[in-house]
Design a protein around this ligand. Structure first.
Ligand SMILES: [Zn+2]
Length: 210
């Protein structure tokens, strides 16, 4: 009888029952048993139960941490930068030139990109679809070059990446880290991955005739 009530109390302790509640259940058990030995057993069991509850809590925390570390490690492995090619080039003839870029990824990503003119000013990059498919080169427009421009105004490109959304994008992977997914209406969400690429511009040397 005592034992049953103590076991039940021990189970409750797992659920975070506070110490006062525990004592009232424990002493109730002693009263039912009516023996000193039962009281000693109850105290010993209480300590043992507390210890095992502490141990269980510690173990489940370790397990939670391990699973989180595993998810974070996968998250890092799914980072797009290693396999992603991003290039920029100047197209067009004098007065009608534009700075264009291309991006190729190795798996599906939802992406968003802006041109950074300085630390505070950004302009959206045009022509980039929300979902990038693997091994396809996507072109995008960075900035127009009016007559006389000698160097890009854009200093950096910032790309944000999210994993695709299985049911919308017809894909078989996602990132398990728990960060939010990107839907059209939630593009402001913190991205899973972000990369900022400085633009170095080098004028092609003029070919001199002899
Ligand atoms: Zn992630």
């Amino acid at each position: 009888m005592d034992r049953v009530s103590l076991v039940a109390a021990a189970e409750w302790a797992w659920l975070g029952l506070n110490d006062d509640n525990w004592i009232s259940i424990g002493s109730g058990g002693v009263a039912l048993g009516g023996a000193v030995a039962a009281a000693i057993y109850a105290r010993g069991s209480k300590r043992a139960a507390e210890r095992s509850a502490d141990e269980a809590a510690a173990i489940s925390k370790i397990e939670r941490d391990r699973q989180r570390d595993e998810r974070e490690q996968l998250h890092r492995q799914l980072h797009p930068t290693d396999q992603t090619k991003i290039e920029a080039r100047l197209n067009g003839t004098s007065g009608r030139r534009s700075l264009f870029g291309t991006i190729t990824v190795n798996r599906e990503y939802r992406a968003d990109a802006v041109a950074m003119l300085d630390e505070k000013t950004t302009t959206p990059i045009a022509n980039l679809p929300l979902l990038l498919r693997p091994n396809e080169e996507y072109g995008f427009h960075i900035e127009h070059w009016p007559e006389g421009r000698k160097a890009p105004q854009t200093q950096r490109l910032r790309f944000k990446f999210w994993p695709p959304i299985a049911e919308l994008d017809d894909v078989d992977w996602t990132c398990p880290c728990g960060r939010p997914l990107a839907r059209e209406e939630t593009q402001e969400h913190r991205a899973h991955w972000e990369v900022i690429l400085p633009i170095y511009f080098k004028q092609a040397p003029k070919v001199r005739g002899f």
